[in-house]
Design a binder for this molecule. Structure first.
Ligand SMILES: [Zn+2]
Length: 384
């Protein structure tokens, strides 16, 4: 299967790019406006209707017209989807300085990215060695250029592996807990992500000035900082999880935010915490990293994974400190460990790539796995 990824680097500010950015923005916004008014949806009709018009008033390279139509198309698609839910949504307007280049427009020559800014007039940007290394055997996709960054998309044919072991992962507010078919039990500490979020919530609540513009600007800045720090932490965790060469089994927790709505009997603080929980981000990272490594990712139903005994299936009795007790098996078990075991067992049992006989065998394995007890290793991920 072909998988796509991005790599980015900074570059020095180039004066020559300012006019190109302006032109690209103008083209994109024109393309958005006209396509919206005339209700153009396909790339071909957009191209047919817009190309001459956008091409006419420029001395710039025609390829930018193609790029701007692609960007306009993507923005319009999002806008049309939003409009179904919110009929008053405003038509998108691109304010950012950026251009996108398709792989026909640029070339990589002598470790430099080369693209035209006018007919037969080129700009060269030196590519960092880590970028060149990543692109070495990859198929190159489009490149986005902003005043300070290059974002290069590339794809590779990934050979699907058939892993020898599988790991079930239970995601919680404070940790991700894993249990695998080698009986290894791990806890990845995510407490810091909540500390970061808590800190930014406090900072924001101290903002008292009654100026919507400054408020928005400041909150956007905080939001970006918060996101970067949290994502960095999650990257460390998802990297560790996906570097073990194991098939991954996750809970399907779609719609989980609905569980934490006003009027569900939970306190405001608890709801706030749960609703900012970055489970989707961790899931997204694990999924794309696993796929990039050729490892299968499976989703299983979340229902009952944390409340039912992983050995006998009976409803557990909660004790103190997230410990659960099974009245049938007469055992005490950590709530998250039990959930990870349940997730693993479900994934092995209903795994789509396991043949019937194999599935039965794996299920027996799973049953013996979940019956065994082993101490978990707690991993604290350092902040970077
Ligand atoms: Zn039991």
């Amino acid at each position: 299967m072909l998988h796509t990824k991005c790599v980015w680097q900074f570059h020095d500010k180039r004066e020559e790019l300012a006019d190109v950015f302006n032109y690209f923005r103008l083209c994109t916004n024109e393309a958005i406006r006209i396509s919206d008014e005339k209700n153009l949806t396909s790339r071909n009709t957009m191209h047919h209707e817009l190309y001459e018009h956008l091409r006419n008033n420029s001395q710039y390279y025609a390829k930018y017209v193609h790029g701007s139509i692609s960007v306009a198309k993507a923005r319009l698609k999002l806008y049309r989807a939003t409009k179904k839910k919110k009929p008053n949504a405003n038509r998108p307007y691109m304010k950012r300085n950026m251009i996108t280049l398709d792989n026909q427009t640029y070339k990589i020559i002598d470790n430099h990215l080369r693209f035209p800014i006018r007919a037969k007039q080129y700009i060269y940007i030196k590519l960092a060695s880590y970028v060149l290394q990543k692109l070495e055997s990859a198929k190159l996709g489009s490149i986005t250029v902003t005043p300070e960054k290059l974002v290069i998309s590339y794809s590779m044919e990934i050979q699907q592996k058939n892993p020898h072991s599988y790991v079930g992962i239970d995601r919680n507010l404070d940790n991700a807990t894993s249990f695998d078919t080698n009986n290894k039990f791990m806890i990845y500490n995510l407490k810091k992500t909540n500390d970061i979020k808590q800190k930014y919530r406090q900072v924001k609540s101290h903002f008292k000035r009654n100026d919507a513009r400054i408020r928005k600007k400041l909150f956007t800045k905080y939001g970006k900082k918060e996101k970067n720090r949290v994502h960095q932490l999650l990257h460390n965790v998802s990297k560790r999880i996906t570097s073990q060469n194991q098939g991954i089994i996750l809970e399907d927790i779609k719609g989980i935010r609905k569980l934490y709505r006003k009027g569900n009997g939970q306190g405001k603080k608890h709801r706030g915490k749960m609703n900012t929980w970055s489970f989707y981000e961790l899931q997204r990272q694990i999924e794309y990293k696993a796929k990039w490594n050729g490892l299968p990712v499976q989703y299983v139903k979340a229902h009952g994974t944390s409340s039912k005994c992983a050995v006998c299936g009976i409803k557990l009795v909660p004790e103190e400190h997230r410990v659960m007790r099974c009245t049938v098996c007469k055992i005490l078990i950590d709530r998250d460990e039990n959930a990870a075991k349940n997730i693993l067992a479900r994934g092995l049992r209903f795994g789509p790539n396991a043949p019937q006989v194999e599935a039965m065998k794996q299920f027996q394995d799973a049953e013996s796995i979940v019956a065994s007890q082993e101490d978990g290793q707690i991993i604290n991920i350092p902040m970077t």
